[in-house]
Design a protein around this ligand. Structure first.
Ligand code: ADP
Length: 369
């Protein structure tokens, strides 16, 4: 296991592109961290700097208290799994797993022991004599993970390891990787663009935005219930958070006939008086019908999707260029008709107010439970 520390780490590529800006983070021994964000936001670059495959342009990176900026890849105690698992097609699973150890000249007995132990962790014991073409995508990915695991490492790096698998295999491998992490305990940094993967696997998540800017670092719970800016609010959660733009007038959120008293959901309404703000709430946080203590909205239903356990209601608030599209996730027994006016209420603890200009959340001390 290893402890990692990043102090103002930056990456500027030789062509001048600034791919990672002031990355600051401390990662504890054995933590499982996901780097998440849209394509091109600097996730892989960060991972490659940890691996020693890319130079760090500025800042400091420490492994177990030792400055590692110029430490060779070999000395970092890392193993890496990539999206394309590139197994050797002409070697069996056993030989694929043993390959690196054989190169290192390790005794055959020791190799056999390690291959068997790794195969056991990964459920590959019955497949050791097979060739990659005789395996499913999920099994191939497990061999790739096994190849990295077989060497005793302190840091495990994974770059979108599940993106070549189908949806069902991804779900299975997600829990398998978590179990492996639990049994091996190596500090793990996992790159994905898939927020569900990040939410389900991580101890903590780093949300990054294009340009290489870290937006928020926190547990899945923190990011879901306390997103500190509009980007994180919109990125984490499926369907995403709903946003309605408006203005603060006399301490009230005002837009499209809505008039919401904000004093319960922001610390000091005076600080946002007259400002443009975004009123936000999660699709599943609403109650059907009006409620005296909540924020009541009537929206026009555009489309409904009955999913069984719930119905997604696509609706609009406001008219013309001021129209806001929203999605509500409601009890399927209350599915409204398309074209109908649909009234719902948002409990105060589920309402968020963001400054439209800075995109940061307005200071508040709402306990979201
Ligand atoms: P992600 O993993 O989040 O998709 P990357 O870290 O791969 O993003 O890339 C971040 C940004 O850096 C992208 O805009 C990419 O085009 C750019 N980039 C990556 N590698 C290089 C390189 N060798 N030279 C110049 N720019 C690069």
């Amino acid at each position: 296991m290893a402890h990692l520390l990043f102090k103002d780490v930056n990456k500027v590529y030789p062509n001048g592109y600034h791919a990672v800006h002031d990355f600051n983070m401390e990662i504890g021994d054995g933590e499982f961290i996901c780097l998440v964000g849209d394509s091109g936001c600097g996730k892989s670059t960060t991972l490659r700097m940890i691996a020693g495959l890319e130079d760090i342009t500025a800042g400091e990176f420490y492994i177990d208290g030792k400055l590692a900026n110029n430490m060779s890849s070999r000395d970092r105690g890392i193993a890496m799994v990539f999206q394309s698992y590139a197994l050797y097609p002409h070697l069996t699973v056993y030989e694929n797993l043993a390959f690196g150890l054989t190169l290192e000249g390790i005794d055959a007995d020791v190799i056999e022991e390690k291959v068997n132990a790794t195969a056991k962790i990964l459920g590959l014991t019955d497949y050791l004599e097979r060739f990659p073409r005789q395996l499913s995508g999920g099994q191939c990915q497990r061999v790739a993970v096994g190849r990295a695991l077989i060497r005793k490492v302190n840091i495990f790096l994974m770059d979108e390891p599940l993106s070549n698998l189908d949806a069902k295999q991804r779900v299975t491998m997600r829990s398998e990787i978590k179990q492996i992490h639990r049994s091996v305990g190596a500090t793990t940094i996992y790159v994905t663009h898939d927020q569900t993967e990040a939410m389900t696997m991580s101890d903590r998540i780093v949300v990054m935005k294009s340009g290489g800017y870290v937006q928020q670092i926190g547990t899945p719970y923190e990011l879901y219930f306390y997103p500190k800016n509009l980007f994180v609010a919109g990125f984490i959660g499926e369907p995403p958070m709903n946003f309605i733009r408006g203005k603060v007038e006399d301490g009230k959120f005002t837009a499209h006939g809505l008039n919401f008293e904000l004093k319960h959901v922001v610390k000091d309404v005076k600080t946002i008086e007259g400002k443009e703000v975004v009123f936000a709430f999660r699709p599943e946080a609403v109650n059907v019908g009006k409620d005296k203590t909540g924020y009541n909205i009537t929206a026009k239903v555009e489309l409904t999707e009955l999913l069984g356990d719930n119905t997604n209601v696509y609706a609009t608030v406001g008219e013309g260029s001021e129209k806001n599209n929203i999605i509500l996730k409601i009890n399927p027994h209350h599915t409204p008709e398309v074209g109908a006016d649909f009234s719902f209420s948002i409990p105060r603890v589920a309402a968020y107010v963001y400054d439209a200009e800075t995109e940061e959340i307005v200071e508040n001390d709402v306990k979201r439970h």
